[in-house]
Design a protein. Structure first.
Length: 75
């Protein structure tokens, strides 16, 4: 799973801002490891997910939250 997340980040993360395509592709990468394929298939787009971007010192640069309703919020 870590390698999948790294690959998605390498392709979709540029700069200091998190994007919806990054968030969506991370969800797909994580869902691939769901042991219940039925759940993984039917719940795409409904998985709550919190994504934080931090610098090397741990300072929060950006944060996105995807709610189970599919709504995305920048915090």
């Amino acid at each position: 799973m870590n390698e999948s997340v790294r690959q998605v980040a390498a392709e979709y993360l540029s700069g200091r801002e998190l994007t919806e395509p990054l968030l969506n592709n991370l969800e797909v990468a994580i869902r691939a490891y769901d042991p219940c394929l039925s759940c993984a298939t039917h719940a795409v787009g409904k998985m709550p997910l919190q994504l934080e971007l931090r610098d090397m010192d741990g300072v929060l640069l950006d944060k996105l939250i995807k709610h189970d309703t599919g709504d995305i919020e920048r915090v």
